[in-house]
Design a protein around this ligand. Structure first.
Ligand code: TPP
Length: 474
């Protein structure tokens, strides 16, 4: 609404200016008369310059710090285009008036010349932790240096010969973790407490390798920050000394095997048709083909995936993404729909819990003119949130309040909800059926609902920790 209505009590006049506070990289407020009269070369140039500035800020092209921007355009009545602009096809024909010759960008931001070169010494017993968005540079560095790579599923680096499957379990137990002298942390890890603890160890040198200009330092021990896209020269030792890495690889293999045995033994105790979340995550992870997409929900699905996902081969362009941090369970179906529409993937899958699914159910309501993605949503339905069972909230002391306050079960009929939104729904009755369904391509959105055990989460978590400790002590 126009600025003169701000503070007047007129309907729908939210104060938008600076609404997002310090979260923004850039914002601008464009008054209604400027919006209405944006014609002629000077006005178009002003618009283009303004918009370009917003895009440059949002993409971090100049700052290296991409993020949200806000362009607040005030509109006044009648809130519809002039007759000329409203004619069918008018927008398509004249969508970009007054641009640069040859369709060149309005502003081209020159990047600083070439990547910066930095040195890292070999010789220190180092691990590379790759969090969200770390990408291939993390893997390449770990491989060159001979360092074990503890890469979260959404890191884009859980590939290749240095990547571990059970890295965070190994970090949480001696003896290997106690020997670490340095950690290089790439991207933004969010998944496991052992990683957070490692990043806070005063006896460990912590080197940050951020993807932009913001580095993570939850333990306040970072002593060195490498510039984005730096080329790293490894000095002071023999690159390719694989002994340190090999010890981690051997331990990883043994612990992964022990974890699989715990999972198999626990799965055998479940009623027919009920699976472990980890079994669902494994089936989904294995079903992502080369060039496939997997969107993973908080909080247990991403951790289940971390527990069981074997590193993928290098160069096959799988993309695993998740909304981490404050976004939490918000908008996960929307994210999957957007990613499935926006990225040309061989197949698009999403793995999410029942609360995450319910929280964004309205994302299934696509209008008749909207593009519809080919997308399989696998819902691990354990009737409530399960992460809290593995944390302090799950201790017997809080038992009386746990279900109502933390688990928040709904008992909702997902098949009925899907039916009411016109979404295909299958209730999957076992791991084999899940694999078969996952192997069949789909047209449009479909939901594969799998009943998953929640009651045994805490015990399973403890059993995995126990078996990890026992295996590593041998
Ligand atoms: C918007 C939002 N609200 C609350 C939370 C806190 N939270 C984290 S995980 C979770 C439960 C998720 O349950 P579900 O989707 O069923 O998956 P599960 O972890 O049980 O497998 C909640 C409420 C959050 N992350 N985001």
């Amino acid at each position: 609404r126009p600025a003169q209505l701000r503070g007047s009590g007129a309907n729908q006049t939210t104060e938008q200016v600076r609404l997002f506070g310090s979260a923004l990289r850039w914002s601008a407020d464009v008054p209604a008369d400027v919006v209405a009269e944006a014609q002629g070369a000077a006005a178009v140039a002003a618009w283009r310059a303004q918009l370009s500035r917003g895009v440059v800020a949002a993409t971090g092209a100049a700052s290296g710090d991409p993020g949200p921007v806000q362009l607040n355009c005030c509109f006044d009545l009648p809130l519809v285009p002039d007759a000329e602009d409203a004619a069918p096809g008018a927008l398509e024909q004249d969508w970009a008036p007054g641009g640069r010759v040859g369709g060149r960008p309005w502003i081209h931001v020159e990047r600083s010349a070439g990547p910066v070169a930095v040195e890292l010494t070999l010789g220190l017993r180092t691990v590379l932790v790759a969090g969200a968005d770390a990408g291939p540079p993390a893997r390449l560095l770990a491989e060159r240096a001979g360092w074990p790579l503890i890469a979260e599923p959404t890191s884009g680096a859980r590939t290749g010969r240095s990547a571990l499957r059970s890295g965070s379990l190994l970090l949480g137990h001696e003896p290997l973790s106690a020997e670490i002298q340095r950690v290089v942390v790439a991207g933004r890890p969010t998944l496991s407490r052992p990683v957070t603890q490692l990043l806070g160890r005063p006896d460990v040198e912590v080197v940050a390798m951020p993807t932009g200009v913001r580095w993570v330092d939850p333990g306040h021990q970072v002593s060195r920050v490498l510039p984005n896209a730096a080329t790293v020269a490894l000095t002071g030792g023999e690159p390719g000394n694989e002994e340190w890495c090999n010890r981690w690889m051997r331990a990883d293999e043994q612990v992964s095997k022990a974890v699989d045995e715990v999972l198999a033994a626990t799965a055998a105790t479940l009623p027919a048709g009920v699976l472990l979340g980890a079994a669902v995550a494994r089936a989904v992870s294995e079903a992502v083909p080369p060039a496939g997409l997997l969107v993973v929900g908080s909080s247990q699905p991403i951790r289940d995936l971390d527990l069981v996902a074997a590193p993928y081969p290098v160069g096959e362009r799988r993309l695993v993404v998740g909304n981490r941090g404050l976004a939490g369970i918000d908008g996960t179906i929307s994210t999957a729909v957007g990613m499935a529409l926006g990225r040309p993937s061989a197949r698009s899958l999403a793995l999410l819990g029942d609360l995450t699914f319910l929280h964004d159910l309205s994302a299934l309501l696509l209008g008749p003119s909207e593009p519809r993605p080919d997308l399989t949503l696998v819902v691990s339905n354990d009737d409530g949130g399960s992460i809290f069972a593995t944390l302090e909230q799950g201790e017997p002391l809080h038992h009386h309040a746990f279900e109502r306050v933390f688990a928040t079960p709904t008992g909702v009929d997902l098949a009925g909800l899907c039916s009411s939104t016109g979404t295909r729904h299958h209730l999957v009755r076992g791991a084999d059926e899940l694999r078969t369904l996952l192997a069949t391509p789909t047209v449009g959105i479909r939901v594969l609902e799998v009943a998953v055990d929640r009651a045994g989460r805490r015990d399973l978590h403890a059993a995995v920790a126990r078996e990890t400790a026992r295996t590593l002590a041998q």
